[in-house]
Design a protein. Structure first.
Ligand code: HEM
Length: 149
């Protein structure tokens, strides 16, 4: 039995969207977002786990305090967007590489896109609208550090 391997130099048309070579830009995105994610993820872990009393300081008030500062709102939002798009695009590559059935691959890629989009939208909303002490909430439902109105 013999197997014919396609000539790697044979012409291959890469998918283009509006003149853009999306596979090339997806490849570049993985490298660039990877470098930025190293800074964002290790900065996130260092601040949450190494500074102050470390892991013992993490509670509702700690998160509320961080998200009252636009710096951490943007830090976490950029980390969320970069990591979700990076993870979803990486999974898309794995689906392209390993899933043989075109219909199954399509369903998986639609599911990947939808779950990434939903998590990005919800996460961004939470980071920018989180209010640890909502005005008018019943006193027994808000955190102990909130001024009871
Ligand atoms: C420290 C931060 C990170 C760095 C430096 C990094 C770097 C990379 C690079 C360079 C690739 C491309 C590999 C290739 O094309 O052969 C990649 C692929 C991938 N990354 Fe990341 N990444 C990071 C964080 C993440 C996170 C947080 C996720 C999940 C949300 C993730 C999920 C993936 C997946 C699923 C792939 C595809 C793997 C494959 O093609 O076999 N990565 N990563």
């Amino acid at each position: 039995m013999s197997v014919t391997i396609e000539n790697p130099r044979s012409p291959y048309t890469r998918p283009r969207v509006g003149g853009l070579n999306i596979e090339k830009w997806g490849w570049i995105y993985m490298r660039v977002s990877g470098v930025v994610l190293v800074v964002l993820i290790f900065g996130h872990l260092f601040v949450n786990l190494m500074l102050g009393t470390g892991v013992h300081q993490i509670d509702f008030a700690f998160v509320g305090g961080k998200w009252s500062d636009p710096f951490w709102q943007w830090w976490d939002t950029i980390m969320l967007w970069l990591a979700m798009i990076h993870g979803a695009n990486g999974m898309r590559t794995i689906v392209n590489d390993y899933v043989r059935k075109v219909q199954v691959a399509r369903v998986l890629k639609v599911a990947l896109f939808a779950s990434a989009a939903i998590l990005i939208i919800l996460g961004t909303l939470v980071a920018f609208t989180f209010d640890p002490c909502p005005a008018g909430a019943p006193a027994d439902l808000v955190a102990s550090f909130c001024p009871v109105s």
